[in-house]
Design a protein around this ligand. Sequence first.
Ligand code: VG1
Ligand code: CO
Length: 544
Amino acid sequence: MTQILTVPTRPFEGQAPGTSGLRKKVKVFQQPNYAENFIQSVFDVAEREPGAILVIGGDGRFHNRTVIQQAIRMAAANGYGRVLVGQGGILSTPAASHVIRKNKASGGLVLSASHNPGGPEEDFGIKYNIANGGPAPEAVTRAIHARTQEIDRWLTVEAEDVDLDTPGETRIGELIVAVIDPVADYADLMEELFDFAAIRKAVAGGLTMRFDAMNAVTGPYAVEILENRLGFAKGTVVNGTPLEDFGGHHPDPNLIHAKDLYDLMMSENSPDIGAASDGDGDRNLIIGRGRFITPSDSLAMLAANMGGAPAYKGRLAGIARSMPTSAAADRVAEALGVPCFETPTGWKFFGNLLDAGKVTICGEESAGTGSDHVREKDGLWAVLLWLNVLAARGISVDQLAREHWARFGRNYYARHDYEGIDKAAADVLMAGLTDGLPALPGKSFGRLTVRVADSFSYTDPVDGSVSENQGIRILFEDGSRIVFRLSGTGTQGATLRVYLERYESAGGLLDEETGAMLAEQIAAADEIAGIRRHTGRTAPDVIT
Ligand code: VG1
Ligand code: CO
């Protein structure tokens, strides 16, 4: 028996998981007991049998290996029977979800701050996923937070660091630690879901692509799947080596942080399709030659066409989208006669719907799309579904988009982010908005008249749990909409997100510039929320 050591500790303030786990500066996580308190709190509340399996992996960012070693020792002291850890400490978020499901693990620790930058001065994060492979639901994250507020000890054992770079099994007392290939199972799953033969044929016939892994976790996955298994030319995957600081960039696949890819796709010598993923591999950016696809449109277009992929043929149970995501998917659901669900922001809200078989595809405006194959959003999965659809139909991204809008109409859509604003000012802004809601219906801003103004609240149709204050919605009589909410993933000050949307019917203006189409909503947003007045900002930092 290895001796279990009990280390006394005291609670830290602010260990509440946000939209997607606990995210803080690396410096915060480096404080003695900080990560340990949180991990012990997870182990104290997690549902598991003695000897249970725990999956551990991360996006390879700075501090990943340190926390993994500590988590393994703590798992040994906390009665786990087996830890599965990705080689090099690597597991993309969707791959971790798959490993949990495939091995019937009791849960997993995903060490990532996703799209946030990495490095000694940047961000780190810990997320707990439950046995269905998905992010812990709110009841669990609340219990974890409550535990962090009263914790007085954490358990560990004395043991050497595990060699994370060599596949195979080692033992720490009763615990077996298996270092597993992080890519193989995931790549096999993708090959089961999609028609790789059809994609290979299209590639052989000249289909070209660029995939920007942003020096984050998807590099090894993308090289194996796109270059090795599908036959795309060597060099199709760029920035394919995971780096602890992501090369100093934000691994956030949007038009600002993946600007090189965007510029290439808008140029004369662009490949047919460009794609990128984020730090932990759960987001996707899709750009066709000369045509950017908003994530909201991507969800709708994939939902309308996914029957072309073997795993989804004739089985679209329903579609779910987060509330701020555009209603483009709703029109597809309506046309196909399947239900559409509107959930709060964050993938944890899709888990019950997927488990209950109520939906097959889910998506968020923040570049997240996924299906019931795992319980996380999945960047490469979305890219492969696009490739499968293009190969099966023999059309381009631009043609598919035009065809879609000509059938369903187009939801012009943008998100304006005001980053790093003063937290107190952001709270005053949101409180002002909330207080002003009852007076808004009937009021006009330019040509827009408010029809409904409310604070979004969600009742889970499966377990009846209620989540309140999930964003302020201003719905106008012409069908356009503004949503305001504060980010739950940032680590500095506050980030205000303003989501703007306007629908044009199939006979309307389908190929206009988004900013121009949303000018009235943009002006109304400032008038209603007093963004300038409260934050001093005259323009957003990021528009996606
Ligand atoms: C953001 C996105 C949200 C996403 C979350 C986690 O949250 O808006 O849609 O689920 O990030 O994505 P927030 O609270 O900052 O708006 V990831 O790729 O960081 O795991
Ligand atoms: Co992510």
